[in-house]
Design a protein around this ligand. Structure first.
Ligand code: HEM
Length: 496
């Protein structure tokens, strides 16, 4: 009790509710239907912000930050901060113990091992894969979804992004590999969707963060089944890669001109540059087999960020027909240029890129992320004591009216270079920033450019059920932002 009084008094200077309840803290303020969690977070910060806001999650003192100038000191340094168990423990069953959740030296070793797989030289080579796969996805949607029928676009996107990471970072051939069979993929996508629900359930019921208690509950048993599905997929991926490397070694021995495992495939991707080729084929990497498995799990799980963002882009295009037509005109103009390499083509899609950025401003799918303070941190107007868990709620940062006039208006031209000039560098952080920023940022942007341009070239997107207007959208936070009831759109084939 004395310790709690001491810790409470250290936060006394901050805005926010007082009198935390024993064991619950202010969790009761957050209780309510799961489907409106985002609304409650917004209402809470609307009431107490925009200054740093204190609150207690159970017995843990927490502070929520939304202003760019408050985010900067925390994101730009990682000496004083680490990922808090309270938030990240619940997600590690899903994300694996990989880059997302690791801290300290272990994180640094993993980050160093993964960085070459996301080097821009390697990504340049992925552009061909993204373009080919995006065209196939657009064809599949055109042929499988009856014109004019409302459907939830997230599902096919979930399988699509996992297929992409298999082919790019793991170098697993989509056409031949067992792990790409559609029933395996369906089980994985469904397990992922359920996992989001279960993770949120644990965060809402903090006593379920005690592993042995959670494992005894029905959700704990479902979570174990899902982990089995995800681990099974990971094992298949690694087994397929090992077999491929063995075959590559045999082929190289048979053909002295070939460099082991370094052949270019049809898309010009040097196979030895994929993460798994480097991790399993090159012993100079420091990751153990167990660590490689955890990173494969992480890379599979994080793909849902791209799937979710693409689903928001589809809905925004459907709700903003002039923006959609302008983006389509750009795609047609670029596609009229003959002989462009895939990467050059994607780089020319400047307006489509602005559409993606503006969607990520309004709907940063990783809407909140956390840190725990090792020592006291000075923010521009406040000092936050050591031991506090920080929640950076970028959903509101991206709506800060000082940087985003009429914040709810969808306007891709906010990202014209002249409009970006002078804007606070931390006013827009959908991929976080600083040393723990998203390693897959450029990968995700290239993939999204390929997918959106393939859609625009083949069909018109129209609003689907429940997504008829911005006001009708029921946006929520389930680890990642999502639309309750589905990201529903309709497709209309383009006249020839
Ligand atoms: C639109 C898509 C994406 C968004 C919005 C996004 C956003 C983010 C954010 C906000 C973080 C920081 C999270 C935190 O601090 O807890 C992060 C970290 C990370 N992301 Fe992404 N991400 C996306 C796509 C991807 C993709 C495609 C990959 C992999 C191919 C990826 C891999 C990672 C990894 C490994 C980390 C942890 C980095 C570290 O801590 O060193 N992300 N991402």
């Amino acid at each position: 009790v004395v310790d709690k009084v001491r810790r409470t008094s250290k936060l006394a200077h901050l805005a926010g509710p007082s009198y935390p309840l024993p064991l619950l803290g202010h969790l009761k303020d957050m209780f309510g239907p799961r489907a409106t969690f985002l609304d409650r977070c917004n209402a809470f910060l609307q009431r107490w912000g925009p200054e740093p806001v204190k609150f207690w999650v159970g017995e843990t003192p927490s502070v929520s930050l939304t202003r760019p100038e408050d985010l900067e000191p925390l994101l730009s340094s990682q000496r004083e901060v680490f990922k808090p168990d309270q938030m990240y423990k619940a997600v590690s069953g899903f994300f694996g113990d990989g880059l997302i959740t690791l801290n300290g030296d272990q994180w640094f070793a993993h980050r160093r091992a993964l960085t070459p797989a996301f080097h821009f030289k390697v990504l340049e080579r992925y552009a061909g894969i993204f373009t080919r796969r995006a065209a196939a996805l657009a064809e599949q949607l055109s042929s499988e979804v009856p014109a004019g029928q409302s459907f939830n676009i997230v599902r096919p996107l979930g399988a699509f992004v996992i297929g992409s990471i298999m082919e790019t970072a793991f170098g697993i051939d989509a056409a031949t590999d067992e792990s790409h069979r559609s029933d395996t993929m369906d089980r994985l996508v469904r397990a992922t969707e359920d996992a989001f629900f279960i993770v949120m359930h644990r965060i809402f019921h903090p006593w379920l963060l005690i592993d042995f208690v959670f494992k005894l509950t029905p959700h704990g048993r479902v979570a174990r089944d899902h982990e089995d599905i995800i681990c099974d997929m990971t094992r298949r991926v690694i087994a397929a890669k090992k077999a491929q490397l063995k075959q590559g070694a045999k082929d190289a021995a048979a053909d002295q001109d070939d460099v082991k495992g370094a052949v270019d495939d049809d898309d010009g991707v040097r196979k030895k540059f994929t993460f798994l080729d480097m991790a399993l084929g090159d012993k100079s990497l420091v990751l153990s087999d167990k660590e490689i498995i955890e990173e494969v799990r992480t890379l599979i799980a994080v793909q849902q960020t791209t799937a979710s963002t693409l689903s928001f882009i589809a809905v925004m295009l459907a709700l903003n027909p002039e923006v959609q037509e302008r983006a389509r005109a750009e795609v047609r103009e670029v596609d009229a240029v003959e002989g462009l390499l895939p990467l050059d083509r994607l780089k020319r899609l400047k307006y489509v890129e602005r559409v993606i950025k503006e969607t990520l401003r309004l709907f940063p799918v990783t809407a909140a992320f956390g840190r725990k303070l090792k020592s006291e941190v000075k923010l521009p107007t406040q000092t936050i004591p050591a031991g506090v868990v920080i929640n950076m709620f970028v959903y509101r940062t991206h709506r800060d009216p000082r940087h985003w006039p009429e914040p709810e208006r969808f306007d891709p031209d906010r990202f014209l270079p002249e409009q970006c000039a002078g804007r606070h560098p931390y006013a827009y952080v959908p991929f976080s920033a600083g040393p723990r920023n998203c390693i897959g940022q450029r990968y995700a942007m290239l993939q999204m450019l390929a997918v959106v341009s393939a859609w625009l070239a083949r069909f018109r997107l129209l609003p689907g059920d429940g997504c008829e207007s911005r006001e009708a959208l029921r946006v929520n936070m389930d680890i990642f932002l999502c639309i309750e009831g589905g990201a529903n759109v309709r497709l209309e084939p383009l006249e020839a």
